[in-house]
Design a protein around this ligand. Structure first.
Ligand SMILES: NC(=O)c1ccc[n+]([C@@H]2O[C@H](COP(=O)([O-])OP(=O)(O)OC[C@H]3O[C@@H](n4cnc5c(N)ncnc54)[C@H](O)[C@@H]3O)[C@@H](O)[C@H]2O)c1
Length: 249
């Protein structure tokens, strides 16, 4: 498979290594220093593009891939307010896009079990729920896309929760946000060198249940993105990583 890397930062570099180990070839690398090389002609040299850049550039990268008719796998987070427009453009134009707030197998298992747990906890309304996410200090978006997916899974499962609210909290401090009964609080902490930790906390007067995922490094995200690039080959349409993992009990 010939791959274009759109965004060549921490994730782009790990993806390059894993993709080459899996006998793929990198034919284009785009970052802020050579953005002018992102042309239709250059993109057409690739079978697929893998996009890990920044929220300000991701939409332009998606549009460029649609224009060149090259399937795109999107890992960048912080653009989901535009999801419906992108989905419509993708389907109407006969293009191919797969996105994930988190490509790791472990986190996708976590997402699945989180939804089941939320449905179960519906029977025990004296527990209140919140989500905590911890990431490195260079992360641009808050809360993380992964935390949003977790909160949406909880809102899906718990009848009395309708929306999430985020609070960026200094390490060591506790959340000050006044949370309404129908809201799920996401506490976002930024700590040096943390690749990503997410905890769902159900708290009652008598005990606390914690369900936690800790990424040890970025390799799991990168491998999932390369697997997704392989998976979309020959497919048309708009996919999320759920379509690829397709968990069932
Ligand atoms: N979905 C997942 O599994 C997953 C996992 C990790 C990170 N992420 C997300 O992926 C994104 C990238 O993460 P990262 O850790 O590699 O960040 P990073 O800061 O290391 O890299 C971002 C890269 O964006 C590129 N960039 C900046 N401006 C650009 C421009 N104008 N044109 C082209 N490229 C430009 C640069 O190459 C830069 O290095 C973030 O949104 C992060 O939240 C997603």
């Amino acid at each position: 498979m010939k791959i274009a890397l759109l965004g060549y930062g921490k994730m782009g570099r790990i993806i390059e290594k894993i993709a080459i180990d899996r006998k793929n070839e990198i034919v284009l690398k785009i970052d802020e220093n050579n953005a002018h090389e992102l042309t239709t002609e250059n993109l057409k040299k690739a079978d697929v593009a893998i996009e890990f850049s920044i929220p300000d550039t991701v939409l332009g990268h998606i549009d460029a891939c649609f224009k060149a008719n090259v399937p795109i796998v999107v890992g960048t987070t912080g653009w989901y307010g535009h999801l419906q427009r992108i989905k419509d453009d993708c389907v109407d134009g006969g293009h191919t896009l797969l996105y994930a707030s988190n490509f790791s197998v472990g986190v996708n298992v976590f997402f699945h079990v989180n939804k089941i747990l939320a449905k179960l906890m519906n029977n025990y309304p004296y527990y209140d729920v919140q989500v905590e996410e911890i990431h490195h200090t260079q992360k641009l978006d808050s809360p993380s896309g992964t935390a949003i997916t977790i909160a949406e899974g909880i809102i899906d499962g718990l009848a009395d929760k309708k929306e999430w609210v985020n609070e960026l909290v200094d390490a060591g401090a506790s959340a000050q946000e006044v949370v309404k009964p129908d809201q799920v609080l996401i506490e976002s902490l930024r700590v040096e060198n943390v690749p990503g930790t997410h905890t769902v906390i159900y708290d009652s007067e008598v005990d606390t249940i914690e369900f936690k995922h800790t990424a040890h490094n970025r390799n799991g995200f990168a491998l999932g993105a390369v697997l997704a690039a392989e998976w979309v080959q020959g497919k048309k349409g708009f996919y999320s990583v759920k379509d690829m993992f397709n968990f069932s009990l």
